[in-house]
Ligand binder design. Structure first.
Ligand SMILES: [Zn+2]
Length: 437
């Protein structure tokens, strides 16, 4: 299955060279262009310059500060991935320095997502749910060509679906990731910022990852110009005050001797699915590759480190992926200053707690950005009330006479709901149910 990821990567690299073709009229032509970021004009918590790195201060002792690590899973949240993989990762086997179970961010799209489980992981385990579009169309030109309205239908539409069918308040769905990491430049960022999203995590970087993970790029806001390299354009040029980017820093895989100039280097990979292991395909090889990359960051400037993947990376013959991943987690959760938390909590740390050392964060207890108990207390009333799975034979622009099931919550906000009459999709994300989130 991991070959699929490689194909996707190959596909978007080949599209990379063309400038954006537009199939819809751009509506962000008159934006305020992003200017140079001067420290004095950009202050936390609302603004953070890109490229700002606390370790440039010679008095900053980076070893005292937490290392934040993100685990993310894209596309459908399915019962089989939950049973076979997520349950073994998030049942408390692996713990953060405060003794609570590690937690992840799930970038969801519409097909095959089990909203009952989405509710459970958010409400009972404190995971973050985020939007990854409704349709997840495979055509990169679609994503390159849609304007802000098109992006809004996809990104905000998916947020509505999560709110409607998993009973999660809209303001809890803060993040977005573009399908195939194919960014839509200013049209995409306009849509996200005006729809009330807090951050994007689609923007990959080789210059601040790969061979340079020791000098990784910290999250920043888009008030001013970004220093980040633009690998999969179009990249934005306008200002989006207060809107955050969590950069995706490339890892280095185990495809050594593929580059004649640097035979001891592997290839860069943005998602784990695209990382290649040429010789040894064992749990130890997977663990060691993850540790090698992680240690560059941990012993470097400690910018947030991410392992981004699809659950497909765990499926099939390659059980060594999952075993190696768990061996890696076992290793790093012993260290006492590595926090495996949702992306929105990592951003909260850099926005509101950035001067706090690891010891101080632990001492904050329930006031810490990573505290779990207050979040679970807030979420407790958003119960799911499962109903019988809804079933459809779907015929729309993207799905042709296929059978689809949907497991949804029978509750939305204060009211009740039953299965929507039509299969929820781009033009009708609530499927006709009212009130619609
Ligand atoms: Zn995806």
């Amino acid at each position: 299955m991991w070959k699929l990821g490689v194909l996707c990567l190959a596909a978007y690299f080949s599209f990379n060279v063309e400038a954006g073709t537009t199939t819809q009229k751009p509506i962000n032509d008159n934006c305020t262009s992003a200017g140079y970021c001067y420290d004095n004009d950009c202050e936390l918590p609302a603004c953070r310059c890109s490229g700002e790195d606390p370790t440039y201060d010679p008095d900053y002792d980076v070893k005292k500060y937490p290392q934040i690590l993100y685990l993310t899973y894209d596309d459908a949240f399915t019962a089989i991935a939950e049973k076979d993989f997520y349950s073994g990762l998030f049942d408390g086997t692996f713990k953060n320095p405060d003794g609570n179970a590690i937690r992840a961010t799930h970038f969801l799209c519409a097909s095959y997502t089990d909203y009952k489980l989405v509710n459970k992981y958010w409400r009972e385990l404190g995971h973050e749910m985020a939007s990854h579009s409704i349709t997840h169309k495979t055509d990169q030109n679609y994503w390159r060509g849609i304007n802000a309205d098109g992006w809004e239908n996809e990104a905000l539409g998916m947020r509505k679906m999560i709110t409607q069918f998993a009973n999660i308040p809209a303001n809890e769905i803060k993040g977005f990731r573009a399908p195939y990491l194919q960014m839509g430049g200013d049209e995409m960022y306009l849509a996200l910022s005006r729809s009330g999203f807090q951050y994007d995590c689609s923007w990959v970087s080789r210059d601040y990852g790969y061979q340079h993970l020791d000098q990784g790029l910290y999250p920043y806001t888009m008030d001013y110009d970004s220093v980040q390299d633009c690998e999969i354009g179009p990249c934005p040029t306008c200002s989006y005050p207060g809107f955050w980017v969590q950069p995706m820093l490339d890892l280095e895989d185990n495809w050594f001797e593929s580059n004649p100039l640097h035979p001891d280097w592997g290839q860069p990979c943005s998602m784990l699915d695209g990382c290649i292991f040429i010789d040894e395909q064992t749990p130890e090889a997977a663990r060691d590759m993850l540790l090698r990359n992680f240690n560059k960051t941990y012993n470097g400037n400690r910018a947030p480190f991410g392992l981004y993947m699809h659950a497909a990376w765990f499926f099939g013959e390659a059980t060594w992926h999952y075993e190696g991943y768990k061996m890696f987690l076992e290793e790093i959760t012993k260290m006492g200053d590595v926090w495996i938390v949702p992306i929105s909590e990592g951003i909260d740390y850099y926005a509101n707690f950035a001067n706090k050392t690891n010891e101080e964060i632990i001492a904050l207890g329930d006031a810490s950005p990573f505290a779990l108990t207050p979040k679970l207390t807030d979420r407790a009333s958003h119960v799911c009330d499962e109903i019988e799975p809804c079933s459809y034979i779907v015929e729309n622009d993207d799905i042709h006479k296929e059978e689809r099931y949907m497991t949804i919550c029978g509750k939305v906000a204060q009211g009740r709901q039953s299965c929507p009459k039509e299969y929820p999709w781009l033009t009708s994300p609530c499927g006709g149910n009212r009130p619609c989130a």
